[in-house]
Each structure stands twice: as structure tokens, then as C-alpha cells.
Design a protein around this ligand. Structure first.
Ligand SMILES: C[S@@+](CC[C@H](N)C(=O)[O-])C[C@H]1O[C@@H](n2cnc3c(N)ncnc32)[C@H](O)[C@@H]1O
Length: 236
């Protein structure tokens, strides 16, 4: 399927390779990441509360960062298995240490890797996932269509893709929305209106069922896409 997409702008093609950029960015930030992000990455706890997870499920977070979400999910669903992948070696290092200190390293399995290269079997020895989720990571992934393709390709039939990320802040004063976007761009974070259009096109093509809920006055969104027909879309 060729979706109508405006892929990431040229300003998102940095001279530094993406993995190196993420490692540089989080080398020090990882030490205060969890404390600071709770003030503006809203909707993550809603995703954790709303996502259905059965005891035998395999659930992966793509762009898992410090593993904050995976710890909460693993505690909530102790019989399920969780996986995390992140581009930044330094984030995976922090997440690994966190899982060990919380005795979750037999429940949460982590590795460094790029979202677009996700491979359940090669990386984690599982055939496919029941849920794949992205929490504030697609807004940092210039190759986001390939990341979504890889997520869908690694989902079981009737598996679910969940995304929580920045929306357009349409319910707030325009200067607030503008300033927020400028500030986020300093951290290589980009609002992607075309991403929701991409998911809507998957639904209109009969590939699955999509629901989108606002967090706040469209500060962020929580999207749930249930894959009813296994598909590997091509974003071209
Ligand atoms: C804003 S943080 C979100 C971390 C975590 N999901 C959370 O909710 O706290 C975005 C994360 O995405 C990771 N990331 C960026 N590009 C990526 C890519 N192409 N593949 C995998 N992870 C990526 C970054 O290294 C970073 O840890």
C-alpha cells in the first residue's frame, strides 16, 4: 500500500547518524530523564492503564528509553513477558540496570536497536508480539513510516499497535502550541500530523480498527490500532 505521506523534513536528516545522535543526547539526560519527563510526557499512564494484557502476552515498547513504562506494566501484569528496544545504547544501559535493581530482568528483556529493524524472532526468539507500543518515540524517529511497518510486521493477527505522542495542542492558545513545538525541536522531537493520517489510511484500507483519544485539549493523543488483517504496508 502506498500511503499519502509527507515524510520527515530535511531538517530531521542530521549530519550525525541517528544512533550516535541519540547516544549523545541521552548520555547525561538519562540520569534525570524520569524525573523531568513526568511533567510533560502526559498520557503514558493512561496507555498503561488502558492497554489490555493477558498473562501469556508478549508486549514490546519501541523506543523504551529508561524502561519507565515497562517497569509499571511488568508490575501490573506479572505473568506476561515484556520487551524493550531503543536506539540509544546509553538508554538501554540505564534500563537494564533498572530492571536488575527491581528484579524484573526475567520479565523484561531489552536490547539496543532501531525501530525500523524490529525483528521479534531474531532479537527476542518470539514469533510475534501481541502488542507493540510507542510512547513519545515516533516523534523522534525520522524514519517513522518504516518504524510503523516493522511494528505491524511483527504483530500477531488481531495484535495491537498503541501510540501515545504529542498532538497539535489545538485546544490551547496558539502561542503555547508554537512555543512548545519550538522547544521540542531542540530535543529532536517533531509533531507529525501525517502519522495519524497514515493510521487512518490503514483503517480505511480495511487493515484494522483505529481509535484516537485526546489527552488534555489535544496536548497529546492515544491511538490504538487493532490489526484485523495481517499486512506489511509500504510507505515508499
Ligand atoms: C522521548 S524518549 C521516550 C522514552 C519512553 N518511551 C518514555 O515514554 O519515557 C524517546 C526514545 O526513543 C528512542 N529512539 C529514537 N529514535 C529511535 C529509533 N529509530 N529506534 C528506536 N528508538 C529510538 C530514543 O533513544 C529515546 O530513548
Amino acid at each position: 500500500m502506498k500511503a499519502d505521506l509527507t515524510v520527515s523534513p530535511a531538517s530531521e536528516s542530521p549530519a550525525v547518524p541517528h544512533v550516535q545522535l541519540m547516544d549523545q543526547m541521552y548520555r547525561l539526560q538519562r540520569y534525570f530523564y524520569d524525573f523531568t519527563r513526568k511533567y510533560y510526557l502526559f498520557g503514558r499512564d493512561r496507555l498503561i492503564a488502558d492497554m489490555p494484557v493477558s498473562p501469556a502476552d508478549h508486549v514490546i515498547e519501541v523506543g523504551c528509553g529508561t524502561g519507565r513504562n515497562l517497569v509499571l506494566l511488568a508490575r501490573k501484569h506479572p505473568a506476561a513477558k515484556f520487551y524493550g528496544v531503543d536506539a540509544a545504547h546509553v538508554m538501554i544501559d540505564t534500563a537494564q540496570k533498572k530492571m536488575a535493581s527491581k528484579h524484573l530482568n526475567q520479565t523484561v528483556f531489552l536490547r539496543q536497536g532501531l525501530a525500523e529493524d524490529l525483528n521479534a524472532n531474531a532479537w527476542f526468539k518470539v514469533p510475534a508480539f501481541d502488542r507493540v507500543f510507542f510512547s513519545y518515540s515516533l516523534s523522534m524517529i525520522p524514519t517513522w513510516p518504516a518504524a510503523i511497518e516493522a511494528a505491524l510486521a511483527n504483530l500477531k493477527p488481531n495484535g495491537e499497535l498503541w501510540v501515545v505522542d504529542f498532538w497539535d495542542q489545538a485546544g490551547y492558545p496558539k502561542p503555547f502550541a508554537k512555543l512548545l513545538k519550538l522547544w521540542l525541536a531542540l530535543f529532536h522531537v517533531h509533531h507529525r500530523p501525517e502519522l495519524l493520517a497514515y493510521l487512518q489510511k490503514l483503517e480505511s484500507d480495511g487493515k484494522g480498527k483505529l481509535t484516537i483519544e485526546p489527552i488534555g485539549q489535544r496536548y497529546a493523543y492515544l491511538a490504538r490500532f487493532i490489526l484485523t488483517r495481517p499486512t506489511i504496508p509500504s510507505a515508499g
